[in-house]
Design a protein around this ligand. Sequence first.
Ligand SMILES: *[C@@H]1O[C@H](CO)[C@@H](O)[C@H](O)[C@H]1NC(C)=O
Ligand SMILES: *[C@@H]1O[C@H](CO)[C@@H](O)[C@H](O)[C@H]1NC(C)=O
Ligand SMILES: *[C@@H]1O[C@H](CO)[C@@H](O)[C@H](O)[C@H]1NC(C)=O
Ligand SMILES: *[C@@H]1O[C@H](CO)[C@@H](O)[C@H](O)[C@H]1NC(C)=O
Ligand SMILES: *[C@@H]1O[C@H](CO)[C@@H](O)[C@H](O)[C@H]1NC(C)=O
Ligand SMILES: *[C@@H]1O[C@H](CO)[C@@H](O)[C@H](O)[C@H]1NC(C)=O
Ligand SMILES: *[C@@H]1O[C@H](CO)[C@@H](O)[C@H](O)[C@H]1NC(C)=O
Length: 434
Amino acid sequence: MKNTVTSIIQSLLLTILVVSPLVTAQLEDDENPIILLSEDQSFHFELLVPLSEAITGGADINPVLTAAKNVTAGDFDSWAEVFWELANQTKAQAEDPEIAYDAINVRDTWFSTATYFRRADFYLHGDPDNPLINYFWEEQTAAFDKAMAALPVPGQRLRIPADNFTVEALWFPVSNSSDVNRPTIILGNGYDGAQEDLYHTFVVPAHARGWNAITYEGPGQPKVRRDQGLGFIPDWERVVTPVVDYLLTNQSAVVDPTRMPLLGYSFGGYFAARAAAFEPRISAVLLDGGVWDAFEAFYDVLPEEAQTLLNSGNATAFNELLDALIKNPETPTTIRWGAEQGVWSFKAKNAYDYFQLVKAYRVEEWIDRIQVPTWVADASSEGFYPNQSMRVAEALGDRATYHLFTGPSAYHCQTGSYQELNRVMHSWLNKVLG
Ligand SMILES: *[C@@H]1O[C@H](CO)[C@@H](O)[C@H](O)[C@H]1NC(C)=O
Ligand SMILES: *[C@@H]1O[C@H](CO)[C@@H](O)[C@H](O)[C@H]1NC(C)=O
Ligand SMILES: *[C@@H]1O[C@H](CO)[C@@H](O)[C@H](O)[C@H]1NC(C)=O
Ligand SMILES: *[C@@H]1O[C@H](CO)[C@@H](O)[C@H](O)[C@H]1NC(C)=O
Ligand SMILES: *[C@@H]1O[C@H](CO)[C@@H](O)[C@H](O)[C@H]1NC(C)=O
Ligand SMILES: *[C@@H]1O[C@H](CO)[C@@H](O)[C@H](O)[C@H]1NC(C)=O
Ligand SMILES: *[C@@H]1O[C@H](CO)[C@@H](O)[C@H](O)[C@H]1NC(C)=O
């Protein structure tokens, strides 16, 4: 048995290297718009995330580049260790009373501390009992809250009741004045990102343009998955409707209900589309990017033998093969991480179960119900949902505006190019909502 598995794996690795479709982790050198930060292309991409957040106060450049230098490519424990050390060092500065003498120092240092704890957590979800999963999150949450409280207009952490769970949200008014209605963007992340990341990606740029913002997390997402033990649900209007209720009742004095778009980031492109199809009070929707069929996307990156076993319905054999692939350091990191993160965030029993759950995340049956203007972002090096944005845009016809990011902005979610991302989407929002 062992030998059979070993030989299957060896032939598989060959298959992956030779014929597997491009995923972000496997872009050829000349398809990467920038110099590589790690020999491991998933690590490269995930190192670019904190650098991207640096422009809005979420990190400093050289500490991240030092981490890039120290991390052993493809080694998940090394990644956690290096970012943990960086988070510890930064936290020590945040706690130094000499440094924490004013609000600017307080928020810069705690925001960076929070980012580094979030990064430390990223690759760790293969063992759901690993105590670091909760430890890093408690640290990042506490750090982020200290930073948020030191903003000129402090952000607020909210718990919004939904039908049988609680939405975790962060409310970021742009002003303290309670008598001006302003445009307000609702921001949701995807498969792995946190709402705290959305603060750096979208809230700071929204504030600069005079907008309020609210971020939220539902089942499957970082805080709800940990605190309430819930995996993803496909009927995402159950998450967004309570957020809309909150804005229109609790914040009615400061929210302009005619300018209240919903943005979904990464796999959030599925969630936002679903919510917009069933929640008519949203005034526009932004999908970055479009997700047409999650199963198709995740299935396509599996090696052929794994696809065959999945189709055969032999769960035992499929799970054995996936386990072996995940344990093999030569398997591309995107596949190892993607399967582990998927089982964790969908709260699946195993990899086979995860692939069955993912089948519900497709938009074809109901996408036509979206009646509001829709912005669909695509990226020329999109690796996770290749070609799906175009299908979403085509299905929506003249309700959709399709935008393809290229050149230095070619990565999934425009990682590394958040200025361009925000300028393009706000120019569209300005056109459709004024
Ligand atoms: C990188 O490694 C050096 C040498 O071991 C260490 O001094 C430094 O703290 C590490 N920095 C980070 C961010 O990992
Ligand atoms: C970070 O600090 C904690 C104590 O606060 C310590 O237990 C842990 O070993 C440190 N980790 C690293 C990688 O420096
Ligand atoms: C807004 O109100 C908070 C108290 O809730 C206060 O700490 C902060 O200084 C105020 N900010 C501005 C810009 O007035
Ligand atoms: C919204 O307002 C209601 C009524 O005042 C209050 O009971 C509820 O707790 C508020 N919701 C949140 C999330 O603060
Ligand atoms: C929550 O309600 C949905 C139906 O609205 C149901 O499918 C689900 O099992 C419920 N979950 C829990 C944890 O009660
Ligand atoms: C499923 O695969 C296992 C090997 O992992 C094998 O022992 C078993 O016979 C297979 N079951 C069926 C129904 O083919
Ligand atoms: C995407 O579409 C192009 C042509 O439209 C095709 O050549 C390519 O194989 C497709 N890629 C994937 C991963 O489906």
